[in-house]
Design a protein around this ligand. Structure first.
Ligand code: HPA
Ligand code: ZN
Length: 334
């Protein structure tokens, strides 16, 4: 079997993907047209050419712009369903998906419109493909604490549809401590917590997510490697890091994939997973992340089995669900 086929077929979970980052230009143009919204790029090709970023902020500016054509429940459904089909074609059996409600409520779209469209597509994933999913609501960290509190209030009505609260957007200058109180409230209401940290921000931000936001998982976490004590703690507690190799390359967190720290993280005993982050913008679905990184770092077949198992271990599934998915990985023949 080729490495491509092996990676494509192995059962796996996606734990770090922003639904707005799965929005492919073709569908964006189609939805813009039906909503009578003008896109500032003349063609799909022109838009794709703009996907050349030197840092996180340059990407975010274009990503928020792209999301602005989403108006109706059907738009959120279509974007989510298109992505579910992509996951299914890659043998992704379970997905934990972020959404950024403030990107839409700030434009006057109702919270209910956003979450209902996404949720209906996730229900359909279970029905059509037997795929399990969970939804994680992120606060935009460039906005203030009060706006996060308001967003949490809106989420409470949909408590059963949301497993965890996360934190994303511009990291530098917006430390986790800014959201300590709203995360405390979210936890008191029964949400799990995760946060992006150590993508561009320093190890101190990773410490803050652990000590102040009480996260059970860290998104990215690359810069944790700069602090040995922090690494020891992450290893000891087996706090997962959801790592996104092609995102790291496209946002210049690493200069080339050959220098990506994933293998080093595994060797250190960290519980790491491979994820796609914003596949429409970084030109790489989940399996492309596995494949390109495997080639660049010369990962072994055993490494790939381990990473696929980690993706279930690090998920928010129950212990029995994790075991049954991990058995599927073990039963997968190379
Ligand atoms: N980092 C922070 N915020 C984001 C990202 C990311 O990689 N993708 C979408 N929102
Ligand atoms: Zn992310």
């Amino acid at each position: 079997m080729t490495i491509e086929k092996f990676i494509c077929g192995i059962p796996k979970a996606e734990l770090h993907v922003h639904i707005e980052g799965t929005f492919e230009p073709e569908l964006m143009f189609e939805i813009a047209q039906r909503n009578n919204i003008k896109i500032k790029y003349k063609s799909i090709d022109d838009l794709r050419k703009a996907y050349d970023f030197s840092n996180l902020q340059e990407f975010l500016d274009i990503y928020y712009d792209g999301a602005s054509v989403l108006i109706h429940e059907r738009d959120f459904y279509d974007m989510t369903w298109a992505y579910i089909k992509k996951l299914h074609s890659q043998n992704v059996l379970h997905a934990e998906i972020f959404f950024d409600p403030q990107t839409h409520t700030d434009r006057g779209i109702q919270f209910s419109t956003v979450i209902t469209g996404i949720h209906k597509a996730l229900e359909n994933a279970e029905k059509e493909f037997g795929m399990s999913t969970k939804l994680i609501m992120c606060f935009l960290r460039h906005l203030d604490e009060e706006q996060a509190f308001q967003t949490l209030e809106q989420a409470l009505e949909y408590k059963d549809w949301i497993v965890a609260i996360g934190l994303d957007s511009s990291e530098i200058g917006h430390p986790p401590s800014k959201f300590q109180r709203v995360f405390e409230k979210a936890q008191a209401r029964g949400f799990l917590t995760v946060a992006h940290a150590g993508e561009e921000g320093p190890p101190e931000y990773v410490w803050e997510t652990l000590n102040l936001l009480n996260v059970t998982r860290i998104d990215h976490g690359n810069r944790a490697l700069e602090d040995d004590t922090l690494v020891q703690l992450l290893v000891q507690k087996q706090i997962p890091l959801t790592v996104c190799p092609l995102s790291n390359l496209k946002l210049r967190v690493v200069d080339k994939l050959e220098n990506h720290p994933l293998k080093k993280m595994m060797n250190n005993g960290l519980l790491v997973t491979i994820n796609s982050d914003d596949p429409a913008y970084f030109r790489g679905q989940l399996n492309d992340n596995y494949l390109k990184l495997s080639k660049a770092l010369r990962l072994t077949i055993d490494d790939i089995y381990q990473l696929a198992k980690n993706s279930f271990t690090a998920s928010f599934l129950s212990d029995s669900e994790k075991l049954s998915y991990i058995k599927k990985v073990d039963d997968y023949e190379k």
